[in-house]
Design a protein around this ligand. Structure first.
Ligand code: TNX
Length: 533
């Protein structure tokens, strides 16, 4: 039989297909409004929403393959807060939810990607790794009613059909907590890890030492915490993590695909160590203004750049070696951050090179603030860029933390109380943070620091971190062409109850139409169409 399709029809079909693929990431089926589809943050790379629904069942059979065994605990956790009865079975064809981790998908989905398909009869979730599966489950979590975040929900909800293929733009999607100026407890840090995980962030940098305090137990130098752990910035909190607590935090983080990156800030920002071990002062005290560090004179001020290790004294390097050695022994991640910011010294470059080789000796990779790039660095050294004043080698890896986009100790709005504004006088609005973009090929990701000279309570930390960290998460995960501030704030508004149910004391950024109208809880994510009825 002769084909009924002529070449014009083929041409039109091609035009339609091409158009469709160009807009596939934003495509919505006809008559479906944005408000009617789940608000996924960060925006996935590729989504095709359908028009149908999968009715969440009262009884559910989940079928998983052996490789996904580690990850299914997260799905169990999610299902446990619904009233659905569920059962998990190892096999290929034992239910209409299919979970599979398949290393062969690595080429397509990378280390952290996943594929989620919801059709009218069930769900399929695939990834090449545990991390990818974890993120697929986080996406699914954001499709469930917000009430799951703090209580049980009835099973009477439905999920829109969809096909998602998603993976991150950057491998480094970081948050930094300065627990040196003012301490944050292990419990707070765990909560922070949970919140980061919901938004697919994967690096938690802990700034563990500074002039005002030393926050990690070092067995060879016990006075670092006995003396240096007892001080803090004015009105801030003292304290420290024992090695046991640090390890516990790391394990908690690792389960959620988050690597803890410890920083010992050297050779500057070091008063707390000098006062704990005054023998680290230079003989002539030239490493410190105005006078030698000696107990009981702790430092609780705000000035930076006025202390340093004694760089001409060989014992300094024994100290650095011991600290890095102990830290490397208890750190599972690949990186140790050596600080390196804000000092002048003729021996600075030599110090950075020596510290870098000590870090490498203990099988870790060094990270340093951008000033480190003044020294000739080893190829693996990662530079954390904060003010773009230091030229960085062509092949060096970079984490972007530009203060004008990412220093969350700056105000959410202009002149917010208890915030700095030295880097951007009008503060860092949500839109400012969101507007960061680069085509610098050396950049492996982004990280937003919360310095804590003025962030001296949990509530303040929440206020500075949220919702701006969610913007950081989207910048780190979603490709620039999938990002749009208006669309982002629209989705964020629909996370209002989720954030509240998680107990986050977030700043109510005026750029977001926070959802104050809808009742909190079970039906907060009900489809708008149904609400109109
Ligand atoms: C800069 S930039 C610092 C911190 C301060 C912060 C205050 C950099 C690596 N260090 O020592 O806490 O400004 O905003």
């Amino acid at each position: 039989m002769k084909s009924k399709i002529n070449k014009f029809q083929v041409f039109y079909l091609l035009v339609i297909l091409l158009n469709f693929s160009c807009y596939a990431t934003q495509a919505l089926p006809e008559k479906v409004k944005k408000e009617d589809i789940p608000a996924i943050i960060p925006a996935p790379q590729n989504v095709e929403w359908g028009t149908g629904y999968y009715n969440f069942p009262e009884n559910l059979k989940v079928c998983y393959n052996t490789e996904s065994k580690n990850s299914i605990q997260w799905l169990e956790k999610l299902l446990a807060v619904t009233k659905t009865k569920f059962e998990f079975n190892d096999g290929d064809d034992c239910g209409n939810w299919k979970i599979s981790v398949d290393p062969e998908l690595k080429e397509q989905l990378g280390e952290e990607g996943y594929q989620l398909e919801i059709n009218t009869s069930g769900i399929s979730l695939k990834s090449a790794t545990d991390a990818g599966m974890f993120y697929g489950i986080q996406t699914l979590r954001q499709m469930f009613p917000a009430a799951i975040e703090n209580g049980k929900v009835s099973s009477d909800f439905k999920l829109r059909t969809v096909e998602i293929t998603d993976k991150p733009l950057y491998s480094w999607r970081g948050s930094m907590l300065d627990i040196a100026r003012s301490f944050l407890s292990k419990e707070y840090i765990k909560k922070h890890i949970d919140r980061m995980a919901l938004y697919k962030m994967n690096r938690l940098h802990l700034h563990l030492s500074d002039d005002q305090g030393w926050r990690i137990e070092i067995k060879e130098y016990p006075k670092l915490t006995e003396i240096g752990g007892k001080s803090a910035v004015k009105n801030g909190r003292a304290g420290y993590l024992t090695q046991k607590e640090y390890i516990e935090l790391q394990e908690y983080a690792a389960k959620r695909n988050i690597v803890i990156v410890p920083e010992i800030d050297m050779p500057g920002h070091i008063y707390a160590a000098l006062v704990s071990y005054p023998e680290l002062n230079c003989e002539n005290n030239k490493n410190i203004e105005p006078k030698r560090a000696e107990p009981p004179n702790i430092y609780e001020g705000y000035k930076v750049g006025w202390t340093k290790l004694c760089l001409e004294d060989p014992t300094t390097y024994q100290f650095v070696d011991s600290i890095v050695k102990e830290l490397a022994e208890i750190t599972v991640g690949d990186w140790i951050h050596i600080g390196g910011d804000e000092i002048e010294d003729p021996l600075y470059e030599e110090f950075i090179q020596k510290a870098d080789s000590i870090v490498r000796k203990y099988d870790k990779t060094a990270i340093g603030w951008e000033e480190s790039a003044k020294a000739e660095l080893s190829g693996d050294f990662v530079v954390q860029r904060w003010n773009d004043q230091t030229p960085i080698g062509e092949n060096q890896k970079i984490i972007d933390s530009f203060c004008k986009f990412f220093y969350l100790d700056h105000g959410n709005v202009t002149d917010q109380e208890n915030t700095y504004k030295w880097c951007r006088k009008e503060g860092l609005s949500l839109e400012t943070v969101y507007s960061y973009q680069t085509d610098d090929k050396r950049v492996i990701g982004v990280e937003a620091p919360v310095w804590s000279e003025l962030v001296i309570s949990d509530d303040r930390a929440d206020d500075r971190l949220w919702p701006r960290s969610i913007a950081v998460a989207e910048i780190g995960w979603s490709k620039a062409e999938n990002r749009n501030f208006q669309d982002f704030t629209g989705r964020l508004a629909r996370h209002t109850h989720r954030l509240e149910n998680l107990g986050i004391k977030y700043f109510k950024s005026p750029e977001v139409k926070w959802d104050t109208t809808r009742e909190k809880g079970i039906f907060s994510e009900k489809l708008s169409k149904e609400e109109d009825e």
